[in-house]
Design a protein around this ligand. Structure first.
Ligand code: AMP
Length: 488
């Protein structure tokens, strides 16, 4: 087993226990690590801060992890060759604010009583701090601040014998959203939380099985999409094939609607719907609800593009690439400080003056979070000579933070939590601003409307209706951790 480590003396140097990420596991292929690296490339949008792969060759585990993008860490043949074996589990980490250190990079590996276990996790546990405190009081020594490590300790402490039973036992103690992929010396195990908040799909490549966050990671290696892992389902893959277990009670599913709006790649199919189609339908609905008399529909690239196409088609207004995105800089939202985020927005987008000058335009983006992007873009488009700048947003106002694995700032920093739409419009400097309605969003998702008694999706970021208990948040333990991370 080869590991590269950077030891930090502050155990709380990552200020959140969030894991917003992409996962990829493969079992039964001689090129497991190379395929895992390709899978991570396809999932790069789900996390750009760090990447890791752990493989197993029948005798030993091998690991390579590093800060930065997949290409920064997995482009050398030597590294891929060192990750021997037919099974591998891989992870892309999404940045949260605060310092991130290598020991917080997944997959996380542990040598347990009954053998090694490597785990990659996408989601966020809502009682991780509470559990962590209990575990520490009982003598557990944590190596990282990841909530995934809480899972490892719970597995280690379980009185069950088999690793799958120990994992199920552990997951009965946690609350939150999780899609997990684990590799042991003999098996690959996949688990999705009972509400099915985060995605997890099953694929096949010849005889090999794949478990990954999105179908685009299957496409990149030519694997066939088999099905979504069901909410609350546990799949165990070993030499004898795949076994599906249902050890958890499953309430009605609440898949994250924001995966469809923004987070997933548009060429993925999630929960039987093409993400691209959904986004176009959202754009169409947005145009029906919020028409405007303009000369051009301009997407805020890339996140607003499919919705802008739908908007333009519905409205019968020309679609124009009035903003050009520089693809060689990362996502602005992920930059750790407000200062850098500002700089990032300037680096990322440029107005296409030839398309804009003298025109009345409507800009379409997927969401407004802090308002940084919209403010910059509106100003930039005005400076390029637009005579009117209207803004249409392909999601309802983001009024609440996500606790289930999409990194959003605290409520105080959410523009829509602080201001009315009219005030927001003034803040971003647009001539008009409107959002798709909540019911309209559900219509675009193929529903009649939002079922208020039993919403079909998790839409907590727009409604504050959190389907899974926010144990740490309500008890203040998440704050406790943030304060510790700041050294207070
Ligand atoms: P802001 O500039 O803070 O208003 O953020 C809005 C922009 O960030 C939009 O253009 C979105 O495409 C993007 N965005 C929204 N939510 C997220 C997220 N959770 N992670 C990264 N980017 C996001």
């Amino acid at each position: 087993m080869t590991e590269q480590h950077e030891i930090s003396t502050n155990p709380y140097d990552d200020d959140k226990l969030h894991e917003e990420c992409g996962v990829f596991g493969i079992y039964g292929h001689p090129e497991a690590a190379a395929l895992a690296a390709l899978g991570l490339h396809a999932l790069q949008h789900r996390g750009q801060e760090a990447a890791g792969i752990v493989s197993h060759d029948g005798r030993h585990f091998h690991s390579h992890k590093g800060m930065g993008k997949v290409g920064d860490n997995f482009s050398s043949e030597e590294v891929i060759k060192s990750l021997k074996g037919d099974a591998a589990v891989a992870h892309n980490r999404y940045a949260t604010t605060g310092g991130t250190v290598l020991r917080n990079v997944q997959p996380i590996f542990a040598d347990l009583a009954n053998g090694g276990l490597a785990v990659a996790h996408n989601g966020n546990l809502t009682n991780a701090s509470t559990l962590r405190r209990q575990l520490v009081a009982e003598g557990s020594i944590f190596q990282s601040t990841m909530d995934t490590e809480v899972i490892i300790h719970l597995v280690a402490n379980s009185k069950k014998i088999k690793v799958v039973d120990r994992m199920v036992d552990a997951m009965h103690k946690v609350t939150g959203a999780y899609s997990l992929v684990a590799v042991t010396s003999k098996k690959m195990i996949g688990m999705r939380d009972p509400f099915g908040v985060r995605p997890l799909v099953l694929g096949k490549l010849d005889k090999a099985y794949i478990l990954t966050s999105e179908t685009c990671a299957l496409d990149i290696i030519g694997a066939e999409f088999v099905r979504d892992i069901k909410p609350g389902e546990v799949v165990v893959i070993d030499e004898s094939g795949l076994t599906s277990l249902s050890p958890f009670e499953t309430p009605p599913a609440r898949f994250c609607i924001f995966e469809h709006i923004y987070f997933a790649r548009p060429d993925s199919v999630l929960e039987n719907r093409s993400v691209y189609d959904v986004r176009k339908d959202i754009g169409r609905q947005l145009a029906i609800e919020n028409p405007v008399d303009v000369d051009a529909v301009i997407p805020v690239p890339d996140s607003g593009t499919p919705a802008a196409i739908g908007y333009a088609e519905q409205a019968g207004i020309p679609f124009e690439l009035g903003i050009i995105r520089n693809h060689y800089v990362g996502r602005t939202f992920i930059e750790p400080t407000d200062q850098i985020r500002h700089l990032g927005v300037k680096l990322k987008h440029n107005a296409n003056r030839a398309m804009i000058e003298g025109k009345r335009v409507v800009l379409v983006d997927d969401s407004i979070v802090r308002g940084t992007t919209s403010t910059k873009i509106v100003q930039m488009v005005r400076e390029a000579g637009a005579t009117e700048v209207h803004m249409r947003i392909a999601s309802p106002p983001t009024t609440h933070s996500c606790f289930y694995g999409v990194d959003t700032p605290s409520r105080q920093k959410l523009l829509a939590a602080q201001y009315s739409i009219e005030e927001m419009c003034k803040f971003i400097g647009a001539d008009s601003l409107s959002f798709i309605s909540l019911d309209g969003l559900y219509v675009a998702m193929g529903e009649k409307n939002r079922n208020t008694d039993l919403p079909q999706y998790c839409d907590a970021c727009f409604t504050g209706d959190y389907p899974i208990g926010l144990v740490d948040h309500e008890s203040g333990s998440d704050q406790e951790l943030t304060l510790l991370s700041e050294g207070s």
